[in-house]
Design a protein around this ligand. Structure first.
Ligand SMILES: [Zn+2]
Length: 286
């Protein structure tokens, strides 16, 4: 794409972010690589829904302004960190989509094997630790996850995605918000039925077949003290993607706030869920 087309693409992505309610007021920022040494990014303090192509700022990879009447985004350092860590990233989108941000505020990562297309494309969506926006702590928090993930939540803040072009990065933001929305509804309805570990492995195989450029594999399952039904793939978040997937299809995790599988791998159930389990067991005996 030519520079005028790339400027127009940022304007369009900003318009969509605002139209879908992923940003309010002047929130959010978008950037892309113009070439090997220059970035094009949204300016500070403008609503992403009402930008024009001439508002954009050109910087070098250290964030030094090369062109433009305005100052670059206050979250520029977070974008620069993504470009430093991921030579394959051509664009970065940051927004505050409300449902995904709700998970980020509640401290709940989107890491359960629920939707085939999410497992195949993003893998899991971890939460980068909280850091004050626009400080250097925020890029540090992002650094831990960005090598192995194309999308992440930012604790008590929002979400960040990257891609091979600015629309690819934007669509990942849409996928994260959609996934968060579905996860929320499923939890309100009693909890997700998870895809099995076997199905997760099969979906991971599709990445190769369809040429999906996932930045890292899904972590291998760890041995669980509670048996295979709670197997969770965990590992270094810089080298693989943590996904909850039981050995048995359709296992359910609890929907208790702060519940799920804790560090001791205990499973917490609500009184209603526990009663339902006991009733089901009694019915079996009869
Ligand atoms: Zn933000």
């Amino acid at each position: 794409m030519s520079e005028p087309e790339l400027r127009a693409a940022i304007v369009e992505v900003g318009r969509r972010l605002y139209a879908r309610g992923y940003t309010a007021s002047n929130d959010g920022n978008i950037s892309l690589r113009l070439d090997d040494r220059r970035l094009l990014m949204t300016p500070k303090s403008v609503c992403k829904g009402f930008m024009s192509a001439d508002m954009m700022v050109v910087t070098d990879l250290d964030g030094k302004k090369l062109e433009g009447d305005r100052d670059p985004s206050s979250e520029m350092q977070m974008h620069l960190e993504v470009y430093r860590q991921r030579p394959d990233a051509r664009a970065v989108v940051h927004a505050h989509p409300p449902i995904a941000t709700g998970f980020a505020v509640a401290g709940i990562p989107l890491d359960r094997a629920v939707l085939a297309e999410v497992v195949t494309t993003l893998g899991s969506v971890p939460i980068a630790e909280y850091a004050t926006p626009s400080t250097k702590e925020l890029p540090e928090a992002v650094r831990k996850y960005v090598k192995a993930h194309d999308g992440m939540l930012l604790a008590n803040h929002g979400a960040l995605t990257l891609g091979a072009d600015v629309f690819a990065a934007y669509y990942k933001m849409e996928t994260i918000e959609h996934f968060a929305h579905i996860s929320l509804v499923a939890r309100l309805l009693g909890g997700e039925r998870l895809l099995s570990r076997q199905e997760v492995d099969r979906l991971q195989g599709l990445r190769g077949i369809y040429g999906i450029a996932a930045p890292a594999p899904i972590c291998p399952p760890e041995d669980s003290a509670l048996g295979p039904s709670t197997a969770l793939g965990t590992g270094d978040p810089a080298s693989c993607q943590t996904v909850f997937a039981p050995e048995i299809d359709g296992a359910r995790l609890s929907s208790v706030p702060g519940g799920g599988v804790g560090p001791d791998r205990e499973i917490r159930l609500t009184y209603r869920e526990l009663t339902a389990l006991i009733e089901a067991a009694v019915r079996e005996i009869r």
